[in-house]
Design a protein around this ligand. Structure first.
Ligand code: SF4
Length: 225
């Protein structure tokens, strides 16, 4: 890859809001022949013929950010892989880390209610299994802290590939972290909630994270969501 190609590549990534690039682990640095191959192999953002299976294989036993240190299971995503609707949360919690499935704890149960009951009220028979659900980061942040910007940027590349592969008709971001990851905005969630925005041409609806709605004093927010 020439310097110009690398520059174009990086510009493309920056336009998508990505500032940090990880080195592919497919070629260990010590085995990289200096003269015949580039030292850094840039990941392809939307490889031709990409599939969720390939993305999961690329993630492998990922150690690209510090969140690998305490995780039990990588939580890739679950649901209908051709769904027109994708929900994006922040990151796995304790239950998700144990099971390797997103949104299975109390917040997950609330999300299921939100998806199924709200749709039912509108006369639309949508089940949780009809939609696809994933997170910005695939490993549980210690003590459920919010993912840090570099962790979001590194792991977000897999999320972007997932979204580009599924190509949903709409994305629903759950909470401020997912909103920032996709829309790179400085606005607060309270102000942005309920608005349609766009990510790569795909309409994005912003709403509260179910964990936030579980707090008793957020009953009003629950109604809004
Ligand atoms: S959070 Fe993402 S980038 Fe970080 S170790 Fe886990 S899978 Fe890899």
């Amino acid at each position: 890859m020439t310097p110009d190609q690398i520059r174009d590549y990086l510009k493309y990534y920056r336009d998508l809001g990505i500032e940090t690039i990880y080195r592919s682990t497919s070629i260990p640095l010590e085995q990289t022949p200096l003269l015949s191959k580039p030292l850094i192999e840039l990941p392809v953002l939307a490889p031709e013929g990409d599939t969720l299976q390939k993305i999961r294989a690329d993630i492998g036993d990922c150690q690209r950010c510090r969140l690998c240190e305490a995780r039990k299971k990588i939580v890739f995503g679950s649901g209908n892989e051709t769904s027109p609707l994708v929900f994006v949360g922040e990151g796995p919690g304790a239950d998700e880390d144990e099971q390797g499935v997103p949104f299975v704890g109390r917040a997950g149960q609330l999300l299921t209610q939100m998806i199924e009951n709200t749709a039912a009220k509108e006369g639309i028979p949508v089940k949780r299994s009809d939609v696809y659900i994933c997170n910005v980061v695939k490993c549980r942040p210690p003590e459920n802290r919010a993912p840090q910007p570099d962790e979001m940027e590194i792991c977000g590349q897999f999320l972007f590939r997932q979204l580009m592969t599924i190509k949903p008709k709409a994305i629903c971001v759950l909470g401020a972290t997912a909103m920032k990851a996709l829309l790179n905005t400085k606005e607060g969630i309270t102000k942005s909630r309920g608005q349609w925005q766009k990510w790569n041409g795909i309409p994005v609806m912003i709403t509260y994270h179910p964990s936030y709605l579980l707090r008793q004093y957020n009953a009003q927010a629950k109604r809004e969501a």
